[in-house]
Design a protein. Structure first.
Length: 180
């Protein structure tokens, strides 16, 4: 998309931060196509703001988003997983997963047992308390996330989800990070 095409687009009623950044770049470097910045910049800004929001239901349950991701992964897969499996599923480093699992075990939410075939490997599962917590928090968290998206005009949630899915599939194919 050229700068001229970007200028022809219908402007947003309220300019966002990225719009301001793009205008500044177009002023100092009108020869550069800022189209990609309008998408990637907004995705990055949205991700940063969502991470800063500290999801209210999770915070109330004493969980961080990465801890809930581990618990949710154990719940949704419905089987025991290794720390390596959890790292791959949640796109987290092994060290980060180990640290989070230690805290979740101390809270009695995750159980660890040694693998009968390989003593170096441990199998992880939710405890009864862990499963109950995930089942309680999930609907609350989804309700919170729905309220965050409620401001989208015209019910474009499905369209946005489809476009983001298309981008994610391309990125996973090109850059890796897809599930094993």
């Amino acid at each position: 998309m050229s700068t001229e095409q970007g200028a022809d687009r219908e402007p947003h009623a309220v300019a966002d931060t990225v719009s301001s950044v793009v205008r500044q770049w177009q002023t100092v470097r009108p020869d550069v196509d800022t189209g990609p910045m309008e998408i990637i910049g907004r995705i990055n800004r949205c991700a940063a703001l969502l991470q800063q929001a500290e999801d209210a239901p999770l915070r109330h349950a004493g969980l961080t988003r990465p801890e809930f991701d581990l618990l949710g992964t154990l719940r949704r897969t419905g089987r025991e997983l290794t720390p390596g499996d959890l790292a791959r599923e949640t796109f987290a480093s092994g060290a980060a997963v180990t640290k989070r699992l230690k805290l979740l075990q101390e809270r009695g939410l995750v159980a660890r047992r040694g693998d009968t075939r390989d003593r170096r490997v441990s199998q992880l599962s939710l405890t009864v308390e862990g499963r109950a917590l995930v089942d309680e928090v999930l609907p609350q968290q989804l309700g919170y996330e729905a309220s965050v998206l409620a401001g989208l005009a015209g019910g474009h949630e499905g369209e946005l989800a489809a476009l983001l899915s298309e981008l994610l599939i391309q990125l996973e194919g090109r850059l890796g990070g897809g599930r094993v």
